[in-house]
Every structure is written in C-alpha cells, then in structure tokens.
Design a protein. Structure first.
Length: 471
C-alpha cells in the first residue's frame, strides 16, 4: 500500500490524470474531489436531447506528447477517432477554410485584405518597423501588421477577453496566438500542401462519445487501481494542522474531513487562497482581486435536421456577431444518429452578471439564430430546443501588469508545505488538454514517498511556461 495520501481538488484533465498516475504507479492513495457530477471540467461532456455534447469545441491535438497519447490510446482503444479538421472563418463577409488552405486563400480571400497583408509583410522587413512592445496589440501589430490585426485578431480579442488589445498583456499574444508572425503563418498555410504536410497536420483526435470520454476513462481506470473519486462534492475550506492537510468537503449526505499528506489543487488559485484557514496574508488575498477569468455561455440549439453544415466549427472574429465560435458535435465524431436532429453549440464570452449572463435560454437561442442569419448561414428550420451551460472561469485574462499579482499568488502557493497549484486554473495558464495532462504526469514524477521534489517541479514549471495553445 502506498505511503502517501494525496487529495486532488478538481476533476478536469489535470486532476484525473494525476489520480490515475498516482494509483496506477501505487505512489499514493489518491482522493479526488470534484464539485460536478462528472469528470472533465470545462473539457467534459454531458447528455441532452439524445446526444452526447461537449462544453464547447475541443480536440485532442497531434502535438500531444507521445507517452500521453499512448496512454489515451490504451484507455480509449477504438473509440479514439482520427479525424480531418474541417472548419471555416468568416473574414470580411467571406468564409475561408480553417485550417488555412492555399487554394482557398487565393480564390476566396478578400483582395484588399490579401494586398494589405502582403504590404504589411514587406514593410516588416524594411527599416523603421515598429518595436514589439509589451501589449497584445503591440506584439501582434509588430509581427503581423495592421491588416491581419485590425480585421481579425483585435476584434476577436475584444470578444474573447472583453478588453481592448492595448489593455491586454503581450504574454497573452505569445501564449495564445500560435501563428504570431508571418513566418509561422506561412508555415501553417504551406502545411496544408500535399508533400509539405507534417505528420498530423490538418487532423485531430476525438473520442467517439465526446471529448469528456478522455477524462472519464482516466477516472474509471484510476478507480480500478484504488483511487477514491468523489463527485457532487464541494470543498468548503482547507487547513494545515501540524504536518497534515485537512480538506473539509460537503455533499448532500453530509460533511466530511479528508486528511492527507499532500494537497494538489487544480481549482482556480484565487479560490484556493480564499478557502485556506487561517487566512493567507493580506497581500495574497488582495492579489486574488487583481486577476480574473473570462466567463462563457455555451448556447445549445437543437435543429430538426440531420446536419446543419458539413463543417465541424465556424469562427466569427468580427464585431458584427456576438458569438465567437459555433460547433456541430455530430460532425466531430462523424455521427449519423440521431436522425432528423442535430445540436449546434455557440460560444458567447461574457462576464458573470452582465446583460448576456442575465438572458434566458430562449433569448440566447434567438441571439444565435440572429447571428447565423447575419453571417449568411441561416438555420434551415426553426429550433426545437435551446438550452445553456454557463462557465464562470473559461479563460484566464492577462491584463497589462497581471504578472505581479499572479506572482504573489504563485509564490504563496509554492510556500505551502506539501501542496501545489497546477493546471489551467491553478497556474492561470492558457493550455490544451494535453498540456494539463503533462502537468499532472509531471506532478506525479515529483512525488517520492511522502515528500515532493520542489527543485524538479520548478524545472517542470519552466516547461509549462513555454506551452502555446494549439488552434
């Protein structure tokens, strides 16, 4: 029997990945605490109107580390599908294939946009090009020029993060925009040309029963190996008593105190700080008010047709629509059932409590129908249902200067004995599922008996800081 007891807060990929590795390697008795009814967090799935649906658009990217991909293949078997990417972006009133295809760019791209982008690329090579600076706006304008920025990235940024690009940190551009300069952009386009494609280019992996099947498979196998998984369970407070952590949790059948040697948190670092008793220093609590997350409403619209379009996802960067992305879950897994029914999932970034957050499901369904009609892809028949899922912490927002309060929180978390904060929410990081799993695997590698190798963890955190989101 393993010597250590580890309580893990949060059942997303970072949480279930760690629970699985701890249990499988018999390194510790893992106790995972998940507030929801299922695993996966924002990367989970649920069932409604006869379909398995995801919390937004998710893909497993070929960039996933080989050993993690091997584990996922072993867990899912034939349910892990290899699928071609087939989306499109609405740019200046025209639809362009995404990932970008050379033929599409030549035939469909707005000519003024094409010439403007070419002019910007040439100007970047000339003397007097603007310095990169430290804001989202200055970094992308220096690297991509005004045409692409003003017509694509900047309006999209305002919708995604709710702030002008000048108020966002340059780190947001470097961590979130994978094609952050003309060289990378050209490579992405040429990567679609036969004979020049890298392995996995233009493809993705997707589970037959929705993206949440990945986290569910990790959780199920972790339980088989002895991990204790608690769902519908809320952490109410955390306290340190001697050499032991005590995690207070509640469920409808009562309260419970979990004692452990190690506390691993994947919940928002701000929530962890507020849950600790005795309370952290005033400087730490103040820092929790100075960083924040962008909320998201996922609006699901059921249509009485077999298929809405052939595309898996549509992107809406322009300010003329409210939604940012639309996915059709049946297309991700090439499903033909159920007949005469498909569900669209529209993503609407917002703030908790704003006018969008206060809208009814019916009103939000109408908003989606209006945006689609405005974009030239009206729904063929009236929707038969509209419902929502609301995510309070969808994206970390990197405002200028956010690094200082986050560093206060990160240093505080690092100072806690036998505790770590990691994952998208715990490290306030933009990442993909494979990044979160890599963090989980790294944490387990640092555990030796009841002690945790902080020096090795520090080296892993340097790697985490290099992760760039895959589009």
């Amino acid at each position: 029997m393993a010597d250590a007891r580890v309580v893990i807060l949060g059942g997303g990929p970072a949480g279930v990945g760690a629970a699985w590795q701890l249990a499988r390697q018999k390194k510790a008795h893992a106790i995972l605490v998940e507030r929801g009814a299922t695993f996966g967090g924002n990367s989970g799935s649920f069932e409604a109107v006869g379909q398995r649906l995801d919390y937004g658009s998710h893909r497993l990217h070929p960039a996933t580390e080989a050993h993690i991909m091997a584990d996922i293949r072993a867990l899912l078997g034939p349910d892990l599908l290899d699928r071609p990417r087939h989306g499109r972006i609405r740019l200046l009133g025209k639809w362009i294939h995404f990932p970008l295809k050379p033929v599409d760019l030549l035939l469909e791209l707005d000519k003024s946009f094409a010439f403007g982008s070419l002019k910007d690329a040439i100007a970047k090579k000339l003397p007097g090009a603007p310095a990169e600076g430290d804001t989202f706006a200055s970094v992308l304008r220096a690297n991509l020029g005004p045409t692409i920025c003003d017509h694509f990235y900047f309006p999209y940024a305002v919708k995604l993060w709710g702030h002008p690009p000048e108020k966002l940190s340059g780190i947001q551009a470097r961590r979130r925009v994978s094609a952050g300069n003309f060289g990378k952009l050209v490579k992405k386009v040429l990567g679609a040309v036969p004979g020049m494609k890298k392995p996995g280019a233009g493809r993705f992996f997707y589970p037959r029963r929705g993206f949440g099947q990945i986290s569910e498979a990790y959780a199920a196998d972790a339980a088989k190996h002895g991990a204790e998984l608690l769902t519908d369970t809320t952490m109410t407070r955390v306290e340190r008593v001697g050499d032991t952590w005590r995690v207070h949790v509640s469920k409808n059948d009562g309260v419970r105190v979990l004692e452990c040697d190690q506390l691993w948190s994947t919940i928002p670092i701000t929530l962890l700080a507020r849950a600790l008793q005795p309370a952290p220093p005033a400087e730490v609590l103040s820092a929790t008010e100075k960083i924040g997350y962008r909320a998201m409403i996922l609006i699901y619209v059921q249509l009485p047709v077999d298929q809405f379009t052939e595309y898996d996802a549509h992107y809406f960067p322009g300010a003329d629509t409210r939604i940012t992305r639309l996915s059709e879950p049946k297309n991700y897994a090439a499903l033909t059932e159920p007949k005469s029914s498909t569900v669209l999932c529209a993503e609407l970034p917002c703030e908790v409590g704003d006018r969008f957050w206060k809208m009814s499901d019916a009103e939000l369904g109408e908003l989606v129908v209006e945006d689609l009609a405005r974009s030239g892809i009206p729904v063929p028949k009236a929707p038969t249902a509209a419902f929502t899922r609301r995510l309070g912490q969808a994206y970390p927002v990197y405002l200028n200067g956010y690094e200082q309060p986050f560093q206060v929180l990160d240093r505080w978390a690092e100072s806690l004995p036998n505790a770590i904060s990691y994952g998208r929410q715990g490290l306030f990081a933009h990442d993909n599922t494979h990044h979160a799993l890599f963090m989980a695997y790294s944490a387990v590698e640092c555990l030796n008996g009841k002690s945790f190798d902080r020096a090795k963890w520090a080296e892993f955190k340097k790697v985490f800081a290099t992760h760039v989101v895959e589009d």
